[in-house]
Ligand binder design. Structure first.
Ligand code: AMP
Ligand code: MN
Ligand code: MN
Ligand code: MN
Length: 276
């Protein structure tokens, strides 16, 4: 099998390892082609590519863009784009500046339920202070003894209807796809199985994504169950989407799936990497 892992994170967003170490670990795990896909940031790509070149692993530019679609937070992956593209970089910078302001509001909400110091606490985990994420708040809530692990954090806190969640205006679906396509890349829906959409809403979402020029969806993902793989494999065929495979690795001990360790794509799908 050609071992492609097209979704993972470094300390440029909310991963635990620096970008170069992510690439080294991927190569050691037998990955043939890697894309680093930090949230809303492309600063880790150069360091990861340098390691990939040195060890003879193929490397593809990646980014995971935070968008809002009908009040839901959704993630769109950009793959194989020109990292110097100015409108893409300006769009990502705008999303990042919104994150700081959101983090302050999250911290104020947490203070209302008796969890103090969350902004400063989460910031201590954010190696890139411009990219503060719910994962950093989650690590602080575990450290502070509020929750026993990250899984319980995202059950009781930081999700819609729970303390610490605030609505936020991210980019739109149209913005994200346009930035990626105009930078010469391929847009892919990240972990479609994770969104709280009904079947008909998912179809509407995928239809809009396709009409905007989106070409791919993740079928094999670290956050997909076998049932999700079957459902999104079928939808990829039906909509004519290319199929992607990505662990969504954030760090040792924190992610369910390590780099390059996912099962292969199911038969009968067209892998997105054939389009690079
Ligand atoms: P944000 O982009 O700031 O909204 O944060 C989203 C990040 O929080 C994701 O990329 C994950 O790193 C983390 N996250 C969200 N839900 C969960 C979960 N159920 N378990 C572990 N981490 C999660
Ligand atoms: Mn993350
Ligand atoms: Mn994601
Ligand atoms: Mn991710």
């Amino acid at each position: 099998m050609f071992n492609c892992d097209l979704h993972c994170h470094s300390t440029c967003s909310d991963g635990l390892l620096p970008a170069a170490e992510v690439a080294r670990r991927a190569a050691a795990n037998g990955v043939d082609m890697l894309a680093l896909t930090d949230h809303d940031d492309v600063d880790g790509l150069a360091a990861a590519r340098e390691v990939a070149d040195a060890v003879g692993m193929a490397f593809v530019n990646g980014v995971e863009i935070s968008i809002e679609w009908e009040r839901l937070q959704i993630h769109v992956l950009g793959l194989a784009f020109d990292v110097a593209d100015a409108p893409l970089n300006a769009g990502l910078a705008a999303i990042r500046s919104g994150r700081i302001e959101r983090a302050r509001r999250m911290s104020a909400e947490l203070a209302l339920v008796g969890v103090g110091g969350a902004f400063e606490g989460a910031m201590r985990y954010a190696a890139n202070p411009n990219l503060i994420s719910r994962a950093h708040f989650g690590r602080y809530l575990v450290e502070a003894g509020v929750c026993k692990d990250l899984r319980s954090v995202f059950e009781a806190y930081l999700v819609p209807g729970r303390p610490g969640y605030v609505d936020h205006r991210w980019a739109t679906l149209g913005d994200s796809v346009r930035w990626i396509l105009d930078a010469g890349g391929i847009a892919a829906v990240a972990h479609p199985g994770r969104y709280k959409l009904t079947r008909s809403e998912m179809r509407r979402f995928l239809g809009e994504f396709k009409d905007l020029g989106g070409q791919a969806i993740e079928v094999m993902s670290g956050s997909h169950t076998p049932e999700h793989v079957a459902v999104y494999g079928r939808l990829a065929k039906e909509y004519g989407f290319l199929a992607s495979r990505g662990s969504d690795f954030h760090g040792p001990g924190e992610s369910y799936v390590d780099l390059g360790q996912l099962a292969p794509l199911p038969d009968g799908l067209t892998p997105v990497w054939e389009a690079f």
